[in-house]
Ligand binder design. Sequence first.
Ligand SMILES: [Zn+2]
Ligand SMILES: [Zn+2]
Length: 388
Amino acid sequence: MQILHSAPVESTSPAADKRGRHEPHNKLVHDDISRHILQYNPAVHHYRREHAPNRLYLPSDITITDMHADFCREVKRVCLETYRKEVERLNISFAVLGAEECETCTKHLEHMGDRGTAETCGCKLCQHHSEHIRRRDEARAAYKMDAGRTPDDQEIITSVDLQKVMMLPRLPGLKSCAFTKRIVVFNETFAGLGTSCNNAVVVWNESVAAVNSHDISANEITFKYLETGHTFMAADSVHHSIERQLKKCGDVRDFQEYVDSLEKARCKVINMEATSFKLWKDHSNRANVNKGGHKLSNMAVVQFRRGSRLLFYKNTHESNTPFLTADFLKKKSNISVLPEDRSTPRGIPKSKWDGIVKKLCPLMPRSRALFWEQLPTNDEVVDLIDTI
Ligand SMILES: [Zn+2]
Ligand SMILES: [Zn+2]
């Protein structure tokens, strides 16, 4: 796990080395706290890897208040603020919703302090920030425009996002559950932008496949990106109601119970089997994209057109601005043939399976334990909780 590598060396060195030296005694407390935090198995959010590769998330059935209370009970009494600071230092967030903070804006706010206004300062950071705000407003305006538009019958307008780290089983309040490596569940949500829209959720878990794309049949697909840090969209509201429903359900012991609660949250559930996935290969040629001077991080609108090998893009949401093109595929790639279907489920590492079956299945009724006992194992795959 990345976090272990990036932690300061002294946090993993044995306490014995420090004997006789005047280490501040709270140093040891910090080590105890970080060890305690890591027992909860924070994981990466599989969509945010590129933006925030070192950021880890804890699933929403774990709260900092519970973690802190457990630490005080089992290890040592510390104040909540001390515990919270350690969580922050490890770059761990909670998968709670609507609390997304923009790092660029936070940094800029700190920079401003008593400097007056960004106009009078005018440093590089201030310039970067005003460009960020301009892009934020432009993207938000484009989003609102699409939300107010009635699509023609050949067109679907939707907001898409993957729900933040979600793990099963969820047995809130049971410490042994929080400390067990659980399976990662994926929920790709398609939410209509208007008020009375149908929401569809495409769900699968890591025993079926890791993050993948699925077969889409369309003549043209356009992606519009909101500015990093200001990405609130209709899919987030759907995630909110799912979270509310999961809380109401209490225990969510297997995948079927998860699907049931999604339906109760009025989502149309599309359950992906292993064979619903294609064995897609990456045919992109990043070097070629960079050579052409195309910057992925600047792209605001990206479009794919059936029959074309080019990537069409704009660095702005302005509707009158023409699309630019990038030749992004490897020369030799034949993209006219669809890849094969996945024939077998991905499976989960045997050690992870053992943990769940031995520690958590005894806490469930037989009918629910069955799902876990029948889950395929595969020692060739990595544990998705540990991968970056
Ligand atoms: Zn911002
Ligand atoms: Zn400045």
